[in-house]
Design a protein around this ligand. Structure first.
Ligand code: ZN
Length: 530
């Protein structure tokens, strides 16, 4: 199969030698602009985000690309912003011995998927273990959870295997647990945070939930109250219930687990500021030259949004790596290709609202300007390497389709080795825009996306710098641009993506799934995720 693929595409591999080179000057120009304080962290529905959209649209026009959406470069995406008004909200957890003192932000973080200025909660609590229903696994055991506030562990049950991009791991994502609670008519759900299980600390949850939360508009119905409890706070709740948290957490791993009512009542009111607005996906097209293949489309994507300004500290989440780098990379590819069209058409897509839940990419695939069956693949640029040249490239996520073989060959042509796929409990496969394409059957991955490290740097100091991103910069105001960065690695990564794109945009054969497309349609349909 692999051999046939190579033979069939010999001509397109020959073309690769003439692929235009990406210029570092492009990265050096666009990255610091998009990460500048003046863009105020490119928050959804905020001025800095609108500036980013205007900038990207202007760049695509200046490159002579065609508008991707009729006569427009912009695709509006309807969103809902909900800000929990902490000082005007009060929630009390009452156990057998009276109220349990929990402190907002330190112990508990709340959101609400219902567009209500005021949400009243008056409900008993129910521990539902992992809170998962999938194939043979049912943590609910037919118990009616309507009107209850569920308490669920984050992460998977054990023994699910190491393929963290499989549908069974998707249902272990917290986003899916919120949706499951909603589908079952629960009054709310609180997730028990555990750094060991999700791969990030409480302060990352704080950054995402301590501020305005975003949902698609209209939002999904049900389970209005959503939130997180710290591990410590959860321990306190179980202790106040006379229950052993550690023992029950272990018990919840077993398939026989049944939900356990806690003798705790949650009562109070959550007041929120509700904001309805539109954000924009920005996209331009470089038309293909072949009358037949030109009807098909290869997409390069990157999200432009980040977390805006931290209302508590006033600090800007500049999002230099995440994802001004990806946008700069995409513009650099568009710049290099502007006078080098391929047989297939190529789209440069800058998505909005990725951070709150891939909403921009989901909206794109829900109303694609090209028929989905004409889209051959999506190559997504996410949080690029800022620490210098590497000897390798990670192809995680490509292994589901023939994209892997094409990518591996591109790597060899650029003198890069391929990082062996490794288990990734943080489930990054579900956490970048390529996943929205995968779900609807379009082969996609994010070349070199590797928040957990995995880059092979010749210099240990470079490796430490790369590691420092995951540890101390990711989704923090410290994700800022440093002019001293060696962008040699970013250049490699972007060139690699362009090269792969050239093969995919010229090869007569389209990428194909291995063993059929991943069965995300076997996951119970819950409608749009929160
Ligand atoms: Zn990102």
């Amino acid at each position: 199969m692999f051999r046939e693929f190579i033979v069939a595409s010999a001509a397109s591999w020959a073309l690769l030698a003439q692929a235009p080179r990406v210029e570092e000057a492009q990265l050096r120009a666009h990255l610091p602009f998009l990460a500048d304080d003046l863009l105020e962290g490119r928050g959804p529905g905020q001025r800095g985000g609108r500036l980013a959209v205007l900038y990207l649209e202007t760049q695509l026009k200046a490159l002579g690309l065609r508008p991707a959406l009729g006569s427009s470069f912009l695709q509006p995406v309807k969103l809902l912003g909900m800000k929990n008004l902490v000082s005007k909200s009060a929630l009390t957890f009452t156990g057998p011995a009276g109220p349990i003192p929990l402190q907002y932000t330190r112990d508990i973080l709340l959101g609400s998927a219902a567009p209500l200025a005021q949400l009243r909660i008056d409900a008993p609590m129910l521990f539902v273990g992992h809170g998962i229903t999938y194939e043979d696994r049912d943590d609910f055991k037919g118990i009616d959870v309507r009107g209850k506030v569920l308490l669920a562990l984050v992460g998977d049950w054990p023994g699910q295997g190491e393929d963290y991009s499989s549908p069974s791991h998707f249902v272990g994502r917290w986003t899916y647990k919120l949706a499951e609670a909603r589908r079952r008519g629960a009054a709310g759900i609180l997730l028990i945070h555990s750094a060991g299980r999700v791969g990030y600390d409480w302060d990352v949850v704080q950054a995402g939930w301590g501020t305005e939360r975003f949902y698609p508009d209209p939002p999904p119905e049900g389970a209005a109250l959503q939130g997180w409890l710290s591990e410590e706070a959860s321990r306190a709740l179980f202790k106040a219930s006379g229950l052993d948290f550690e023992a029950l957490r272990l018990a919840a791993d077993a398939p026989e687990f049944r939900p356990i009512p806690l003798p705790i009542y949650l009562k109070g009111v959550v007041n929120s500021e509700v904001r309805r607005f539109e954000d924009m996906n920005v996209a331009g097209v470089l038309p293909g030259t072949d009358p037949v293949l030109g009807q098909e489309l290869l997409i390069y994507s990157a999200h432009w949004d980040h977390l805006g300004i931290d209302p508590a500290s006033g600090k800007i989440f500049n999002g230099a790596v995440d994802n001004a780098s990806g946008c700069a990379g995409l513009l650099a590819i568009a710049h290099a290709l502007q006078h080098h069209p391929s047989k297939r058409s190529q789209m440069f897509l800058f998505t909005c609202a990725e951070e709150p839940g891939l909403y921009g990419a989901e909206a794109f695939v829900a109303a694609p300007p090209w028929p989905l069956e004409k889209i051959v693949a999506d190559l997504n640029l996410e949080s690029l390497n800022f620490a210098g040249p590497t000897r390798d490239i990670g192809l995680s996520g490509a292994e589901h389709s023939s994209l892997f073989e094409s990518a591996a060959r591109c790597a060899r042509e650029e003198g890069l080795s391929v990082t062996p796929a490794k288990a990734n409990p943080a489930k990054l496969f579900f956490r970048a825009d390529h996943f929205a394409f995968t779900k609807v059957g379009v082969p996609a991955f994010s070349p070199g996306f590797s928040l957990t490290g995995g880059w092979d740097f010749p210099d240990p100091a470079q490796a430490d710098l790369a590691k420092s991103f995951a540890e101390s910069r990711y989704h923090k105001p410290t994700d800022t641009y440093d002019p001293g960065w060696n962008l040699g690695g970013m250049l490699q990564q972007v060139q690699f993506t362009l090269n792969l794109g050239q093969v995919l945009a010229n090869d007569p054969e389209r990428p194909t799934w291995k063993g059929g497309r991943p069965a995300f349609d076997r996951v119970p349909a819950l409608g749009k995720l929160p």
